[in-house]
Design a protein around this ligand. Sequence first.
Ligand code: FAD
Ligand code: FES
Length: 271
Amino acid sequence: MYGIVRKEKLAPNVKLFDVSAPAVAAKSRPGQFVILRVHERGERFPITIADADPEKGTVAIIFAEVGKSSKQLGRLDEGDAILNFSGPLGNATKIERYGDVLCVGGGVMAGALLYQVKALRKAGNKITTIIGARSKEHLILLDELRENSDELHVATDDGSEGFEGLEFLSDILESKRFAHVITIGPTSMQMAVSEMTRPYGTPTTVNLFPIMVDGTGMCGACRVSVGEETKFACVHGPDFDGHRVNFEELISRMRFYNPNEKIAMVLFDGR
Ligand SMILES: Cc1cc2nc3c(=O)[nH]c(=O)nc-3n(C[C@H](O)[C@H](O)[C@H](O)COP(=O)(O)OP(=O)(O)OC[C@H]3O[C@@H](n4cnc5c(N)ncnc54)[C@H](O)[C@@H]3O)c2cc1C
Ligand code: FES
C-alpha cells in the first residue's frame, strides 16, 4: 500500500497528493508516469509524475476528478493509502542544453510541466513558459512556474486571466527563435502548439495521453501513429515529435470509450 502523506486542493476539481513510494521516487524523471489502482475492484489508470523527492521517498501527482476512478482517488485523504502505484513508467523527457526553450502547459498538467521546467533550467536552458487553463480559477502553480522560468505568460480560454486563447503564441514564435519546444496538457492544445511551431521548423516534443491499460507494451491500447509507424505510447513514449503525430486519430481513439465512461459515472455509488 502507498500512503498519502499530503493532500491539497489546487483548483475546483484538481487535487495534489504526495504519495509515499520510495522505490518510485528514487527513479522518477520528468515526463514519466505511474499507473495506479485505488482498491482491489478499481481500474488501472495513468497519472504523470509531477515531482519526486528521493530523500523523503515521496512522489507528487496532480489529477483532475473527471470520472469514476479519478473521483474515487480524490476521495482519499491524508493517512489513506493507494493499493497499487506502479512506476516510473515510460521514457523520461530528454533533458539537454538546447538554449532557448519554450515550455507550454495546460490545466492539470501544470505540475508535470513544472517538473520538466526545473530539469531543463538546471541543465542550463533559458526558459520561456506559457501556462494556460479554462479560466482563472483553474490556473495552478503560477508562482512556482514563474520562479523557475525566465519569462512566464499566462492564458485562459475565456480571457479571465492573461491572454485569451493561444493565438498570442504566434507573436512569441515570431519574436524569438527557440531551439526547442516542449508541450504537455490537453491533446487539442498540444496539437495546436505543434501546428504553430511547424512553419518555424522548431523541434517540438509532445507528451501524449492515449488510453492505457497495462502500461508495459503488452495490450496495444495506447497505440499512436507517428509518421508511418505505429508506436505504443507507454513504452516508446509518452514523448514524441509533435510534427509527426497523427492527432486526429489519437483524439478519436481517446473518445472511443466515452459512452461506457458516462454509464460508469451514472452507476457510480461513491465507493
Ligand atoms: C500517460 C498519461 C498520463 C496522464 N496523466 C494525468 C495527470 O497527470 N493528471 C490527470 O488528471 N490525468 C492524467 N491522465 C488522464 C487520466 O488517466 C484520466 O483522467 C483517468 O484515467 C480518468 O479516469 P476516470 O475513470 O476518472 O474517468 P473516465 O470517465 O473513465 O474517463 C475520462 C477521460 O479520461 C481518459 N481516460 C480514461 N481512462 C483512461 C485510461 N485508462 N488511460 C488514459 N486515459 C484514460 C479518457 O480520455 C476519457 O475520456 C493521464 C493519462 C495518460 C495516458
Ligand atoms: S498501455 Fe498497453 S501497450 Fe501501452
